[in-house]
Ligand binder design. Sequence first.
Ligand code: SF4
Length: 393
Amino acid sequence: MSRSSTERHAVAAKLAKKKSAETQSAALQHDAVWQDSDWRRALRRRLQNWYSRNARDLPWRREPTLYRVWVSEIMCQQTQVATVIPYFERFLDAFPDIASLAAAEEQTLLSLWEGLGYYRRARSMHAAAKKIMEQHGGEFPESFEEVIDLPGVGRYTAGAILSISRQAKLPILEGNTQRVFSRWVALRGAAPVEPSANRLLWEIAETLLPRKRPGDFNQASMELGALVCTPKQPACDICPVRGLCAAQERGLTAEIPGKLSKIKYEDRTEFALVIAQSIGDEDRQFLVRQIPAGGRWEGLWDFPRLTEDALGSADQAADQLSRELGVSVSAGSRLAVLKHSVTRYRISLQVHEATLGNPSDPPAKPWKYCSLTEIEQLPMSVTGRQIAKMLGS
Ligand code: SF4
């Protein structure tokens, strides 16, 4: 008897599922050395010996309280350690504990963060500090569930805070460990951030953790990635785990970790308009505003900046600003072109002088005129700060 069409579909679906599972496991080809307990023991011993002699003396390592480790972990996201150190020290001087951070003015917080980028991190920390005051009596929580429930904290950060500060047995996976673990097991054919590879690497991270001082193991793995097993030209000849590392054994360190296809950058032109007024003999003042909620660089201050892609000239930008302010604006000569990147956009920021049709009728809030001395005290966008410096020179 021939099979019904429903049966045929069911068989075809089963075969397709099997094929997809096979394709997935082929894509995740790796050496399963991490499942061997002798290998894990040898690797931990060598790595931790190396770390005890080579760990960098970083301010948050000297006194790894939950609060200090949290601040350092948030600051180190997307940012080099050397850049973070002075920011960390200034931040801890200004906000030595959760209570002082929760009570801070957002402007003060953003000023201290200026130049570190990714300002959402600072706002999330502020919100988290307030939540800790309200829901945990001002004490940083110590359970994974409560820590991951804080704004701005994900699985990696929660694991890092609790393992580094409290030696909790929690795995971590971030840029350095993604690369290091991928090389230890010679993960081939997938970038570590791809979902199936990421799941495998978390499982490896968890399996590798020792019972004793797992936080030190986590830090040692990250430190190896930062100092020895670097993205380009890892220093295998001085690596403490040389001989245990599958990528090095197979001569695959240049191909591992696999890469995602390259981001396609888009060129884009934007305009900033510098509108000045002089009052008597006093210094010139410039029109600025705090960027509203939802805007790029929310909470920071900036000169009038027109980000619509469709604007092809400074005159069009001035017309657009006129509609926003409700007063006529005329664009003048170009002062500078500032190049910078935001996400996938390569931006050419054309900075022009501009004048208001009726200077005696100042634009309404949130716009206001500030002198350069006042602007110095405001948390500014990076390009806003560049414009202010240019005007003061
Ligand atoms: S042997 Fe080379 S590739 Fe392997 S962990 Fe060490 S530095 Fe990295």
